[in-house]
Design a protein around this ligand. Structure first.
Ligand SMILES: Cc1cc2nc3c(=O)[nH]c(=O)nc-3n(C[C@H](O)[C@H](O)[C@H](O)COP(=O)(O)OP(=O)(O)OC[C@H]3O[C@@H](n4cnc5c(N)ncnc54)[C@H](O)[C@@H]3O)c2cc1C
Length: 396
């Protein structure tokens, strides 16, 4: 297998500090954020004035911001259990936390020192937030772009349309992808306040409710040349790099949602009595539970392997795509089984499995559809990727 060793090796936070941070975040997830579920689902609106200060206070907005910029600089292995825990409660909050951390992390890897210094320190307190502006209404998935950036003296002038851009309500900066030549994609850091940039909310989503995934119009938006990330034409590489590890974050979100669905299903299997016995005593229900647990166990293994490889400094395009693909299929099966176990009451809003089922569905779309994961994985396989060094049974 060809492995590119890069500079992203990460040891993360020292153990004791990490444990304390994680405990503080887990406590707040259940004591302060979970109680907001009904309000957010009913109003289809996250109260940013309540949620963002909580997230900032508990350290959830600086998780992947490097320590030299004031963040916690977690390793991926340390971050995954935290984003998984967020995926157990109201999904809109998970998406907000995911996008904020994922693209602050991306900027920390691909941005210049000047770009990082201007944006990252204030991400930690929630004053700044980085959003990812790739998808377009008039063009295809990924690098099929209609947005263009034209060099004019010391500036670039960007024109185009983006939509479904998460955190468009709270983002201070957007990583915008645009063409600088016919087959050349480039990436820019664009300040929200730049003249010519306008944002319009899109209709509410099926699940992960309450966040804004807006439509962004760039009408001759003039940015200094220093807004370009790297060099012209490097946008494709930046895109791959940002989405690669972010796909693992989505798979971890699938894990959290699956774990919550299983926990609720076990509880329901014990408490719901039909024909004089708890439904959990029936083999049919036991089979569902066992299948759910098997998906979760497999997904945990995939995530542990991907995190370990990334943290040791490796690129993991195939592993990340497989994690994301398996994760979305697993969470689909698990939330489906959870609904079956809950019977009719699970289909009502009286029970969180109804929300988990809807929230899970976003995992299909974030960081690319299943089709894209097939394409990435197959391209790696055809380019010589093998499992040779991925699983050494002799050492076990
Ligand atoms: C709630 C939400 C939040 C989002 N947040 C963001 C965000 O923050 N930033 C951002 O940039 N995007 C975001 N997106 C967009 C998301 O990443 C895309 O919707 C997703 O990648 C699919 O792209 P598309 O909508 O353009 O679908 P399309 O490209 O129109 O695809 C439609 C179908 O055709 C298939 N398809 C398309 N092209 C091909 C091809 N060449 N070969 C084979 N199959 C193909 C797709 O797999 C899919 O099944 C968000 C979407 C949602 C719903």
């Amino acid at each position: 297998m060809s492995v590119t060793v890069t500079a992203h090796q990460s040891v993360g936070l020292p153990d004791e500090e990490y444990k304390a941070l994680r405990e503080q975040i887990f406590d707040a997830i259940w004591s302060e954020l979970d109680p907001l579920e009904r309000r957010i689902e009913d109003e289809e609106q996250i109260p940013n004035d309540v949620v963002v200060p909580i997230l900032a206070r508990i350290g959830a907005l600086g998780l992947l911001v490097p320590r030299e910029y004031g963040g916690s600089g977690l390793s991926i292995g340390q971050y995954l259990p935290i984003i998984a825990e967020f995926a157990k409660v109201q999904g809109g909050i998970r998406v907000m936390v995911h996008v904020h951390n994922s693209f602050a992390h991306a900027l920390s890897e691909i941005g210049s020192d000047e770009q990082k210094l201007a944006v990252l320190p204030d991400c930690v307190g929630g004053v700044h937030s980085v959003a990812f502006a790739l998808t377009e209404p008039g063009h295809g998935t990924g690098a099929d772009l209609g947005s263009v950036a034209v060099r004019e003296g010391d500036d670039y002038v960007i024109t185009g349309e983006k939509w479904l851009i998460t955190n468009s309500d709270i983002a201070s900066h957007f990583i915008v992808f645009a063409k600088t030549a016919d087959s050349e994609v480039s990436a820019f850091v664009v300040d929200r306040g730049t003249s010519g940039l306008s944002i319009e909310a899109l209709p509410e989503t099926m699940g992960c409710k309450g966040g804004e995934h807006g439509r962004i119009t760039l009408s001759s938006v003039r940015v200094p040349a220093s807004a370009l990330i790297g060099s012209e034409g490097e946008g494709g590489q930046h895109l791959e790099r940002a989405l690669e590890i972010s796909r693992v974050f989505i798979a971890a979100s699938s894990l959290g949602t699956s774990e919550r669905a299983l926990q609720l299903s076990i509880e329901h299997s014990k408490s719901r009595v039909t024909f004089g016995k708890p439904i959990g005593s029936r083999q049919a229900i036991q089979r569902y539970l066992a299948e759910m647990a098997t998906d979760i166990y497999a997904l945990r293994g995939l995530l542990a392997d991907a995190a370990q490889k990334w943290d040791s400094g490796r690129r993991i395009p195939a592993e990340a795509a497989m994690c994301k693909l398996f994760g979305l299929e697993a969470v689909g099966r698990v939330t489906d089984r959870a609904l079956l176990i809950h019977g009719g009451i699970g289909y009502t809003r009286a029970h969180p499995v109804e929300r988990l089922y809807r929230d899970a569905r976003l995992n299909w779309l974030e960081e690319g559809t299943p089709t894209i994961q097939y394409m990435v994985t197959a391209a790696q396989l055809l380019d010589g990727y093998t499992f040779d060094d991925a699983f050494d049974v002799h050492d076990m």
